[in-house]
Design a protein around this ligand. Structure first.
Ligand SMILES: Nc1ncnc2c1ncn2[C@@H]1O[C@H](COP(=O)(O)OP(=O)(O)OP(=O)(O)O)[C@@H](O)[C@H]1O
Length: 233
């Protein structure tokens, strides 16, 4: 009897932990909200057992990493409220784990749902792989990952602001290239190029990037997207 009570008690503590994370962490509410939307959506589609399994594992992974992140943050705050480089590393690494789980979730959701939303490509993976939107999505993802990676190598700026190269111009030029390939229309190409130039110019104007960083970003976005469209288009 005592053992059963102990077991129940430990379940209770575990639920308290889940509730605490949900109540106090804004991101946790977002994860749960998105998870619910995805699960409701899954009811409208004829998902295979494997796809459902993937959905559940992916959702669990995001929630689990967020909870471990909360746990580490709390433990660090218990130890110190002073600035310490180790505290920063521990918290950043834990936050990084959540980010990876969240990116994985976006990719899984894309692979499971996207072709079902597009009646033209319904059920035909080969067609989806060749769809411009698919290539644009993949190109953008690769551009963003590359920018973050290069920023990490050069050690300047943060993932989303400043540093080498400019992520904004990389994305803007990637989109310009995708629009040019998809539309095959000079006017649209010119207009989107003007927008990409404006984005890049504003990064220099607001002193977030140097001209060189913006040019490297633009080249990166442009070249990666060209390669993707040439190879898979
Ligand atoms: N004691 C500390 N020493 C050094 N850097 C810290 C310290 N505490 C926090 N930081 C830095 O601030 C960032 C945010 O920390 P914080 O504890 O506010 O986490 P958070 O992700 O904002 O959490 P929440 O979403 O719960 O508000 C950490 O990722 C870390 O880089």
């Amino acid at each position: 009897m005592n053992r059963v009570r102990k077991l129940l008690e430990s379940f209770n503590y575990a639920f308290e932990g889940i509730l605490y994370a949900f109540k106090t962490q804004r991101n946790m509410k977002i994860h749960f909200g998105v998870a619910i939307i995805v699960l409701v959506m899954s009811l409208f589609f004829d998902l295979s057992r494997l796809e459902i399994l993937l959905l559940f594992s992916t959702i669990s992974m995001v929630i689990i990493t967020e909870m471990i992140n909360t746990s580490i943050e709390t433990a660090i705050d218990l130890i110190t409220d002073k600035y310490h480089v180790f505290a920063k590393i521990a918290k950043n690494v834990a936050a990084g784990a959540v980010l990876i789980a969240a990116i994985n979730a976006v990719i899984v959701a894309y692979l499971i749902f996207f072709h079902r939303f597009n009646p033209l490509t319904y059920g035909v993976l080969r067609q989806v792989q060749q769809a411009p939107i698919h290539m644009t999505f993949i190109a953008l993802l690769i551009v963003v990952f590359t920018v973050i990676f290069v920023k990490g190598l050069t050690g300047k700026g943060t993932a989303l602001k400043g540093g080498m190269p400019s992520g904004h111009s990389a994305v803007a030029f990637s989109l310009f290239t995708a629009i040019t390939f998809i539309s095959e229309n000079m006017l649209l190409a010119t207009l989107s190029l003007m927008m990409a130039l404006l984005v890049s110019q504003s990064r220099v104007e607001s002193k977030i990037h140097t001209v060189f960083e913006v040019i490297v970003g633009a080249l990166l976005g442009f070249l990666i997207t060209i390669v993707i469209f040439q190879v898979f288009g």
